[in-house]
Design a protein around this ligand. Structure first.
Ligand code: ASP
Length: 214
């Protein structure tokens, strides 16, 4: 580097430092990087209703335990959790479906900071619950319904992975305006079209005729 280039570099650095915001250096240092990054992450709320995904032998997983099972979720979202029910999906009543839709609409209306919602459900009537929410949720923010085929006490339980994927989809701005989404087995399906096709296989949720969204 010539002396002339060094001087130019020095002048540029001085200019950059001069136009930097008027914040004392100490307070810049006091800000832990992880906290700043976390606040920038989208807020996603789990509403847990039960199903195989939480049906652990000896006691069902709670909403908080489901969130705790997702290792690495803090890379994608600030996760919150609430327990709506903890039952098999077929036991959810029509009143509970209505209450769930109202709860989701209220959360989106009252918390502009909320990026998306994940609903866990048993798989037996997951497609019906998701379709009902598709008709009744009044927001273009993502609502993602997630379940699992294996329970938490089974070798090969895929619930935590499905849930993490559900959180990633709910945190993603590209998921907006696509209706309610169903995420299981590494696939994103539209609630309007998806069907459970098999009682055992992990790839049971299919959108025959149209295919997956992602
Ligand atoms: N019986 C369960 C339910 O629908 C099945 C499941 O979650 O996969 O709640």
């Amino acid at each position: 580097m010539t002396r002339r280039q060094s001087l130019a570099t020095l002048a540029l650095l001085t200019a950059v430092l001069t136009i930097a915001p008027d914040v004392p250096l100490a307070s810049w240092r006091a800000q832990p990087a992880a906290t700043a990054a976390q606040t920038a992450l989208p807020k996603v709320r789990l509403i847990a209703t039960g199903g195989t995904i939480s049906n652990r032998a000896g006691g069902r997983l709670t909403a908080d335990e489901l969130v705790a099972s997702m290792r690495g979720v803090d890379r994608y979202a600030r996760a919150e959790a609430e327990q709506f029910a903890n039952t098999s999906s077929a036991a959810l009543t029509l009143e509970q479906w209505l209450a769930l839709a109202r709860r989701i609409n209220t959360l989106f209306a009252e918390d502009p900071d909320l990026a998306g919602i994940v609903v866990t459900s048993g798989t037996d009537t997951l497609e019906e619950t998701a379709y009902f929410l598709n008709l009744t949720v009044r927001s273009d923010k993502p609502v993602v319904v997630v379940g699992s085929m294996r329970n938490p006490s089974t070798l090969g339980y895929e619930g935590a992975a499905n849930l993490l994927e559900g959180f990633r989809v709910a945190a993603e701005p590209q998921s907006r305006g696509k209706g309610v989404l169903v995420v299981l087995n590494d696939e994103i399906n539209a609630a309007r079209e998806v069907t459970k096709t098999d009682a055992l296989r992990l790839q049971t949720f299919q959108t025959r005729g149209y295919g997956i969204l992602g």
